[in-house]
Ligand binder design. Structure first.
Ligand code: 5AD
Ligand code: SF4
Length: 464
């Protein structure tokens, strides 16, 4: 009889994909994935440490799992991901609340650790690795729409952004073998998927067969950088639309932009976190670029692809941020005109450069007020960008039924904007998830576009 695992993911897209890798590893061990903790023999929480609030949410969820355990003595609960390393003592020793703690590079040891848990012990493995990429593991897609999927191309991060806990929780940067990446993308295309998002903390520093100093490892094999990888997938998977995340402004090359511009099936959308509009703050953040450099990268994107959409991440109230520096962030938002942004209040994380070197001295209410101003500025910018699409014709990949109404379907255009359309074409042809359609954009709301579906594009034709 198969065992049942329920996996819940917190945090970034990479964590979502890691959960699928974990499901792949456990599938070999006889586990099937189920949709709720109540049905499961094993609950795994794949956690995030990026902000204090994220950790707090998970701690609450662990408490809920403990209540569930009280009614089901057989239930085992494990913590995976970024909190595993940070919190292992707390989770295993002090509170004795979980059975299993496994860090992001130790998922292959899950079957062995689960054996230990089965015999009544607590099990832990939070070792970080310089090599692990789970290259050949076949992920089991969880909560999938059958149309879009994540493919992780690299793990860890070697940038020491002062605010960021990731280098401590996910370890050193390493890239996955391009052939296994291509294999996974082809497999997804064969299974009917229409879009892949290539994931890494900093995709621009992807490199294969060459070390950080530029020494080629095996001269008989090609060297692959991120631009080469993107082109490899675009050319070999013509039926797939390709996205990627996350770019780093200091590393994003014109070579990548040229590849994007050259291939219709690479989406014209870039997530380029700026974090702050002030060069002085960027320096304290140790981001490796200043405002002028960032704006030049944006200009280069626009030169290569005038239609390209941009999104960003912003942190408000980083250590020492003055009112003038905050104003520089607002002016940068206005200058760039992002389609979308993820906006956060600074939250000090243990061990980071900022925690060691800078004082978290911006009062909470100032952080909140500045964040509100940033959100307001961005709302205007998003609305303006979306309104600018009205009247245009876009190619849209249908992902499923609209979240708002079952009478509508929703998909995305190349710029990653959500597009809502009626369920059928004018001739009555019903739309299905995975269809590429031509849509006339008729109106916009702050978060989405509405349109009229004009035609079904040849189902295997790749969209612009
Ligand atoms: N506090 C607030 N936001 C943070 N981020 C990363 N670390 C912190 C922190 N300590 C944000 C950054 C990053 C995004 C994933 O999360 O904007 O790009
Ligand atoms: Fe954090 Fe910087 Fe790495 Fe992004 S690139 S994960 S912000 S250290």
């Amino acid at each position: 009889m198969s065992k049942k695992v329920y996996i819940e993911s917190y945090g970034c897209q990479m964590n979502v994909n890691d959960s699928e890798v974990v499901a792949g590893i456990l599938a070999k061990d006889g586990y099937v994935a189920v949709q709720s903790a109540e049905e499961a023999d094993l609950v795994l929480l794949n956690t995030c440490s990026v902000r204090e609030k994220a950790e707090y949410t998970v701690m609450q969820r662990i408490n809920e799992m403990n209540r569930l355990k009280a009614g089901n003595k057989e239930l085992k609960v494990g913590v995976l991901g970024c909190m595993a390393e940070r919190m292992k003592e707390n989770l295993l020793v002090e509170k004795k609340v979980v059975d299993l703690v496994v860090g992001p590079d130790a998922y292959r040891s899950l079957p062995k650790l689960l054996d230990e848990v089965g015999s009544g012990q607590r099990a832990v493995n939070v070792l970080l690795s310089r090599e692990e990429t789970y290259g050949e593991i076949v992920p089991v897609r969880l909560n999938s729409n059958g149309v879009t999927a994540f493919v992780t191309i690299m793990r860890g991060c070697d940038n020491m952004c002062a605010f960021c806990v990731v280098p401590f929780t996910r370890g050193r940067e390493r890239s996955r073998d391009p052939q296994t990446i291509l294999g996974e993308c082809r497999d997804l295309a064969d299974k009917g998927y229409k879009e892949v998002t290539l994931l890494g903390q900093n995709v621009d520093s992807y490199r294969w067969n060459i070390d950080a100093r530029g020494t080629v490892k095996d001269p008989s094999l090609p060297v692959t950088d991120f631009a080469d990888l993107l082109e490899l997938v675009a050319m070999n998977c013509p039926g797939l639309r390709i996205r990627y995340s996350t770019s780093h402004p200091k590393d994003m090359t014109d070579k990548v932009l040229a590849v994007m511009a050259r291939h219709d099936n690479i989406c014209k959308y870039i997530h380029l976190p700026v974090q702050s509009g002030s060069s002085a703050v960027l320096q304290r953040m140790n981001r490796g670029y200043d405002r002028a450099w960032y704006l030049e990268r944006v200009a280069s994107i626009r030169r290569h692809m005038p239609e390209c959409a941009l999104s960003t991440d912003i942190i408000s109230g980083f250590c020492g941020e003055t009112e003038e520096e905050h104003q520089e962030t607002l002016s940068l938002l206005a200058e760039v005109g992002y389609d979308m942004a993820f906006m956060f209040k600074y939250s000090e994380r243990p061990k980071t450069l900022a925690a060691r070197r800078h004082e978290d001295d911006v009062p909470e209410e100032v952080k909140s007020r500045r964040l509100t101003e940033i959100i307001e500025a961005q709302r205007n910018s998003s609305a303006k960008r979306l309104a600018g699409y009205v009247g245009q014709e876009h190619k849209v990949l249908v992902e499923g039924v609209s979240k708002r109404s079952t009478e509508f379907m929703q998909g995305r255009n190349t710029q990653n904007a959500v597009v809502i359309v009626p369920k059928a074409l004018a001739d009555g042809t019903a739309l299905k998830p995975g269809d590429f359609i031509r849509v006339r954009i008729t109106s916009s709301t702050p978060g989405s576009l509405q349109g009229e579906p004009l035609a079904l594009l040849h189902r295997i034709q790749h969209p612009a």
